[in-house]
Design a protein around this ligand. Structure first.
Ligand code: CA
Ligand code: CA
Ligand code: CA
Length: 227
C-alpha cells in the first residue's frame, strides 16, 4: 500500500518512471488479472463494456468471454477457489464445463501468454478466426504441475503457477482453452506479449529502486554536511 504521506520528490520520481515505462513498452499489451469478477460468475462481457453474470464490470478491452468462462475467488478470500499463490490475488479464470473459448474481436498480434496451475497436461490454441476457427497461430503446452514444491496461502491445493507464452505472426482473434475444463486455472492472461504479466502501465521495479537509492544517497550527503 502507498503511504498517506508522500513527498513531492517521490511524486516527481513516480511520474518520470511512469513516462519512461510507457514510452518503452508496447502499448498494445493487455493483461487480464480477473480482479473484480464475482466468485463463480460467468465473465461474459466484464472486459467488453458490459458485466459478468453477477453485474460486475471491468475495463472495456473489447474482449468477450464465452459463458463457460468463470471467475473464481480464493477460498482464503471468501470465495470457493482451491488455490494458492496466484500471480494476482485473489481471482483467477477457470472453466467448469463445455468449450472454453475466448473471442478478441479487434484481434491481437505478437504474442500470447498467461500463468496457469494444472492437474493435467493440456494444450491451448491461438486461432486467426473467431470461435476457434481458421488457422492455428500458436500452441501452448501445459504440464501437470499444480502442487509441485508449494504450500497453500494458507489453503489451496493448486499452489504452483507457471508462466507460459508464445510468439506468432499474423492477427489472432480467438483462444481455445479446450481440454483443460475443471483441471486448470489461469491468471494474468496477456495479449500482445509472450511474457505473461508484462504490463506497460506498471512502474518497473529496478528503476524505482535505483531512484530510491539515489534519493537515499542525497539524504546521506545532506546529513553529512550538517554534522
Ligand atoms: Ca488460497
Ligand atoms: Ca491466494
Ligand atoms: Ca488474478
Amino acid at each position: 500500500m502507498q503511504k498517506f504521506y508522500k513527498s513531492s520528490l517521490a511524486k516527481t520520481i513516480a511520474a518520470s518512471a511512469l513516462l519512461a515505462a510507457s514510452s518503452a513498452a508496447n502499448a498494445d499489451v493487455i493483461v487480464l488479472d480477473f480482479e473484480g469478477v464475482g466468485n463463480s460468475a460467468a465473465i461474459n462481457e466484464f472486459y467488453n463494456g458490459g458485466t459478468d453474470s453477477q453485474g460486475n464490470s471491468g475495463v472495456d478491452y473489447d474482449i468477450s468471454f464465452g459463458s463457460n468462462s468463470l471467475g473464481l475467488i480464493d477460498g482464503d478470500a471468501g470465495g470457493s477457489g482451491n488455490f494458492a499463490n496466484e500471480p494476482s490475488a485473489d481471482t483467477v479464470l477457470f472453466f467448469l464445463t463445455g468449450t472454453a473459448i475466448l473471442n478478441y474481436t479487434p484481434g491481437f498480434d505478437t504474442g500470447f501468454s498467461f500463468f496457469y496451475s494444472s492437474s493435467t497436461a493440456a494444450q491451448v490454441f491461438v486461432y486467426d478466426g473467431l470461435n476457434a476457427t481458421g488457422n492455428v497461430l500458436a500452441t501452448l503446452d501445459l504440464s501437470a504441475q499444480f502442487s509441485d514444491n508449494c504450500v497453500g496461502d494458507p489453503n489451496g491445493q493448486f499452489c504452483n503457477w507457471t508462466a507460459v507464452g508464445a510468439t506468432f505472426a499474423g492477427t489472432a482473434l480467438s483462444i481455445d482453452f479446450g481440454g483443460t475444463v475443471n483441471q486448470t486455472a489461469y491468471d494474468d492472461v496477456t495479449f500482445g506479449s509472450a511474457v505473461a504479466g508484462e504490463n506497460p502501465g506498471e512502474i518497473p521495479e529496478p528503476a524505482g529502486y535505483a531512484l530510491l537509492a539515489l534519493g537515499l544517497g542525497l539524504l546521506a550527503k545532506s546529513r553529512k554536511r550538517k554534522s
